[in-house]
Design a protein around this ligand. Structure first.
Ligand SMILES: Nc1ncnc2c1ncn2[C@@H]1O[C@H](COP(=O)(O)OP(=O)(O)OP(=O)(O)O)[C@@H](O)[C@H]1O
Length: 318
């Protein structure tokens, strides 16, 4: 069985007292497995940072619990095994990147050799001598990750690690995260960017208004691959596709119809269209993006409010 590195049960945080307080995190049940990159995805204000702070033991839950590596969050033995970059790294601007890390290493009684190893891993060894204030935002974030890596933690928690970075800086950071996971470390990151989570995460937890809506692998969330067919007349194409695959398995997307059938059934579907005298213009196999999944969640009604939030946050970040 996969080892659970992070597990929350009924995790709840209310800021302020009584009914007038703000329910920031509402009974979240989250599981992060060893060696995976887990994306905690949600719009601004959804409760991501608050949840991560509870997982790190920085704030206490109002109710419920978080365990890390099987121990209660916040226990010193657990804290030593987590590296975190949360709400921007705090560094001395007039010290070099290397000296900043040295100061931290001394404070945490870590061997100095860890400093260079950490700089190496985030690709900052060449710039280690330069003052922190001369770094680009991407370099500052990478130094933050280097700080999180010192002590060789089992779990790395990154709160919006690409926030504010330019596209090249974002790509660098994503590459770094994937490398960390390849090296066997478990990464829990938060993001409001669907594409980012889709690109680098193995599993995803979607949070909106403090509630975890779904937790799943990216591929399961997307569902299987589908056929995208352009055939005319379209109304007859829809009718035939529905007959072959069932009503729920057919959807119209612009001029094309999307049919939920396994790709190996492509010849069967195309043959049926041609036999019925339809003109088949194009057949491709399409994979749903997470973005499509969320739009579908919006339409489904069940999670309509939460998904609305996601939709508007998507629009905001476009
Ligand atoms: N210290 C605090 N006191 C009162 N309310 C807070 C505090 N911290 C967060 N909140 C509120 O709790 C809710 C969740 O905030 P949180 O920062 O966890 O969300 P988030 O998903 O990380 O969003 P963002 O990406 O904008 O940081 C928000 O409504 C926020 O205003």
């Amino acid at each position: 069985m996969d080892e659970l590195v992070v597990q929350t049960k009924g995790l709840t945080k209310r800021y302020g007292d009584g009914d007038s307080g703000r329910l920031a995190v509402d009974r979240v049940e989250m599981t992060v497995r060893r060696g995976e990159v887990y994306g905690f995805l949600g719009p601004n204000g959804a409760g991501k940072t608050t949840t991560l702070r509870m997982v790190l033991g920085l704030i206490r839950p109002t109710a419920g619990s978080a365990t890390v590596l099987g121990r209660p969050a916040g226990e010193p033995a657990v804290t030593e095994r987590i590296g975190a970059l949360i709400e921007g790294p705090g560094f001395y601007p007039y010290l070099s990147g290397r000296d900043n890390l040295r100061t931290m290493a001394r404070y945490r009684a870590l061997p100095e050799a860890m400093v260079d190893a950490a700089l190496e891993r985030v690709d900052l060894a060449d710039r280690g001598k330069d003052k922190f204030k001369s770094y680009s935002l991407g370099m500052k974030q990478r130094l933050g990750v280097a700080a999180a890596l010192m002590g060789d933690p089992d779990v790395i928690v990154l709160d919006e690690p690409t926030n504010g970075l330019d596209p090249a800086g974002m790509a660098d950071m994503r590459g770094l995260i994937v490398e960390l996971a390849r090296g066997g470390q478990t990464v829990l990151l938060s993001s409001h960017l669907l594409a980012e989570v889709e690109e680098i995460c193995d599993r995803v937890g979607v949070i909106a208004r403090g509630q975890l809506l779904v937790e799943s692998t990216v591929s399961a969330l997307r569902g299987g691959r589908r056929l995208r067919i352009t055939a005319t007349p379209t109304d007859r194409a829809i009718a035939i596709a529905m007959r072959l695959a069932g009503e729920d398995a057919v959807q119209l997307s612009g001029d094309a119809i999307l049919v939920d059938v396994p790709p190996e059934r492509t010849p069967h579907v195309v043959r049926a269209f041609v036999t019925e005298g339809l003109d088949v213009h194009e057949v491709t196999i399409s994979e749903r993006t997470l973005e499509e999944v969320f739009f579908e969640m919006t339409r489904s009604g069940e999670h309509v409010h939460a998904a609305d939030d996601l939709t508007s946050s998507l629009e905001a970040v476009r």
